[in-house]
Ligand binder design. Sequence first.
Ligand code: HSE
Length: 310
Amino acid sequence: MIKIYAPASIGNINVGFDTLGVAISPKDGKKLGDCVIVKKNHTFSLTNIGKFAFQLPKNIQENIIWKCWNHFCTIIGKKIPISILLEKNMPIGSGLGSSACSIVATLVAINEFCKKPLNKQQLLKLMGKIEGEISGEIHYDNVAPCYYGGLQLIINENNIISQSIPFFKNWIWIVAWPGIKISTSQARSILPLQYNKKICIEHSKLLAGFIHASYTKQEKLAYTLMKDILAEPYRIPLIQNFTNIKKNILDLGAINFGISGSGPTIFVICENETSANKISIWLSKHYLKNKHGFVHICNVDTKGTRNIGV
Ligand code: HSE
């Protein structure tokens, strides 16, 4: 029996649309990610449990877990008879890499169960492919950090899909999910198909500058360059009161603020616990729409997807 945990992640982190993502873990030790248990069985079976299992499709073949199993079986050329238990702790359509958590946990668990027929690169490629089938386009900025942990830069050239980038260890990451859903494919479909030259140059400057600042430990330069000029301008209408919320959060001492992935989760970066606590209280009062919503104060999760035993 194998039990795997895969953490939540924040895609884009403003400056790297589809090219940067960071894995996160709540500071209080709570789980913000999915768990998958794989056991030997006479046939394939799937059981969904956990807080957000009710959001999953009833038809087993529409379930991401089944898709992962099916792709894996096709690659290795045989149907693997296993039972899979998914603990769905992540809300679907939250912008926290919920589908990535399920995909990564499942593929790592099946691969370990089968004594690792696929290497890390092959697994990550498959994770991106399945993520693409769900969201309409392949993007690795959730699956890569979820799998490897840390801050990942997506390169996707030949066999190099992703590379770890140094991050500022003093940064505190807050995520607030209001309790409502936004479909990633919809949030992608509202983006322009083409961008003009000025935007492309500005974006290159911001992203390259951020990576440079991360390597040269220029913290202020790094967070000053964390601006989203590609997606945020088009996604603001999806998030009620975005501009007002942003102003309040920055006034409370945040050094950066933005949409996590395709939303509606928002993320905030702070440099100290006092502002982080104040902001998390403010978000709990003003951003959550129902009892399902949550706010978590997090660190970067450096471990990524892991075997957590039984
Ligand atoms: N980079 C993707 C997007 C992440 O913004 O559409 C989706 O969570």
